[in-house]
Design a protein around this ligand. Sequence first.
Ligand code: ADP
Ligand code: MG
Length: 604
Amino acid sequence: MASTHNELASILRRIDHRGYKAYQDIRGQYRFPGFDLYVDHVQADPFAPPSRFRVRIPQSVAGFPAWSLATPTRRVALSDFLTRRFSALAAALSRGRGQGQGQGQGQGQGRDRAQGWEQGRGQAAAAGTGKSGRISMARPGQEILARNSVLVDANGVEARFTVGLPAAGRTILGGVAEDLICGAVPKLVREALVFASLSATEAASLERHIRAAEDADALRAALPGLGIVAFVANGAILPRRSGVDERPLDRGNVVPFVSPPSLEVEVTLPNRGAVRGMGIPRGVTLIVGGGYHGKSTLLRAIERGVYNHIPGDGRELVVTSPFAVKIRAEDGRAVTEDDISFFITNLPFGADTRRFSTENASGSTSQAANIVEAIEAGAKVLLVDEDTSATNFMIRDRRMQALVAKDREPITPFIDRVRSLADDGISTVLVLGGSGDYLDVADTVIMMDEYRPVDVTARAREVAARFPTGRRFEGGNERLRVARRVPVSLGFARVGDRRSTKTKARGTDAIVLGHEEIDLRNVEQVADPGQTRFIADALRYLEARLLDGKATIPELIERLEREVEAHGMDVVAPYVHGDYCLARPIEIAAALNRLRTIEVRAAR
Ligand code: ADP
Ligand code: MG
C-alpha cells in the first residue's frame, strides 16, 4: 500500500545525518496531492548513477486536452514537449534559480519547502557531494522522437527522472532532501506536467509542436503517392551550426531552400495546408555541383528527414521515406556471412563472397556489406555521398577497364548496379562532384549552385550524349541477392559471467554488450543517445527472448518491433527508467550486423 508524502518526509527526517545507505529506506510509492511518486531505485552512494524516480498524474489533474492525446503522433509530440519542459525546468532548478514561478502553485507545506529549496538549502545541496540535489530527465535534440521519459495517454501522465540524493560526503542531508523531494519535486511536477500551468504562449508552442509533428508524418505518408522518396520544402533551412551542433545555422548568409520549378510538388497538410517544395523522384538521382555549394548539406538533411523536427529547426518539412538509409564505406568493420556477390566476386585466394565474413572489411567490401544489409533490413532508398564512399566501389572508368581486365577486378562498381537496384524498387540519391560517368545512369540530376538547386537533367543528357565515356557496362543482368541468415547466437552473453549481459551506450557512438563493443559512429542516422540505449537493450532482449535458431535477422527484428508496438519500449528494459528513444528497425539491424560475436547459419 502506498504511504503518504508526510510519511516520506518523516523517513527523511529520521535518516538525517545518517550514513548514505539509510537512503534505501525511501524506496517505495507515496501519495502526494495530485500525483503518486515512485522511488524505484536508490543510488548506493553519492557518486553512483542518481536515484530513479517516477510520478504518475491522472488526467483529471494533468488536464491535457483530448485533441492532444487523440493519435499516436500527437502523443509522441506531447511526450517530447513535456520532456523538454521538464528537463529545462529541472536544469534551471538545479542551477539554484528556481524559475517558472507563478501559475499552478500548490499550497501549504509543499510550497514552503519548495521555497526553502530555492532560497538556500537547495544551493547547499547542489554544492554537496556528487550529483547532490540534481533532478534530471532525458534532453531531446532537434528531433521529435518517441521516448519513455514521459508516457501520456487518456488516463494520465507518467514522468521518469533521476534525483541525486543530497549528501555531504557520505552523510545524508535529510532536511535538504525533504525540501527537494517534498517541495521542489511537487512544484516541478505541477509546473512541467500540468496543462493549466502553461501560459498562453507556452500552450501555443505545445500546439505548434504537435501540429509540426503531425504535418511531417502526413507529408511522409504522402511521399509514395507522389512517386517521390523525399520532400524538401521551399523556405527550409538546411545548414547546421557545425559538425557537432545540429541547431540551424544562424550566422552569415543562410540561403533558404527553393525548389527548381520542374521538380516542385505541392502537398496539402492537415495543419499547414498547401506546401510546396522539391520532390526527389524514385529512381536514380544525382546531386552534383561544385565543391562547397551545399551538396552534402542537402543529403544530410534528407538523411535526417526520416525523423520529425521541432518547430524552428528549419527542417520541419524536410521529410524522407522511413526506408531511406545512409550508405558509406566503413573499413575496419566486421562482416558475418553476407552475400556481397552482387558487388564483389573472385577475391584473391577464392574467398566465397556469397558467404563473406571478415574481421576487418576494406572500404569497398564494407560499402557492399552496408548496402546488402540495409536492403535485408527493408531499405528502399540508398543515400550515398562521394565524400564517404570508396572510389573503387563507386566507379571503374574506361581507362581502368582497359588496364585491369574485368576478370582481374573483383568489384562490379555501383555504377553498373544502380539501375538493376532501381528496377527492383531500390532508389538511390547520390552526391557526386567528381565523376560524370554517372550521368549515363541517372533519372534526375540536381545541381547545387551556391546552395540553390537547379534541375539539370536535360543538360546532363546532352552532355552524356556529346561526351560518351566509352566505358563498358560490366553488370550483366544479375539481380541483387540477399543472404537469408539465421542468428544462432549473438555470442556476447557468457554462462556464469553476469557482466557479460550488462549493456551500456556511449552517446551515439557505440553500444557495449558485456565485453563486446559495437561501433556505431558510421551508422549516421542514429540521432539520439536514447536510441543507442534502446538498441543495446533490444539486442540483449532479442538474444534472451526472441532468438530461436530458426528466424532470420529481419524476422527477428520484426518480432521485436511487434513486441515494442504492443508493450512499449519498456519491454526490453531490465529496470524502469526514462532513457530510451525509439530507433528504426534499420538501425537495430545495423547494430546487430556489426556485432563481432554473432554466429549465423544459412536459412533453409
Ligand atoms: P559540398 O558538399 O557541396 O562540398 P557542403 O554541403 O559541405 O558542400 O556545404 C559547404 C558549406 O556551406 C558548409 O559549411 C555548409 O554549412 C554551408 N552551407 C550549406 N548550405 C547552405 C545554405 N543553404 N546557406 C548557407 N550556407 C550553407
Ligand atoms: Mg560534400
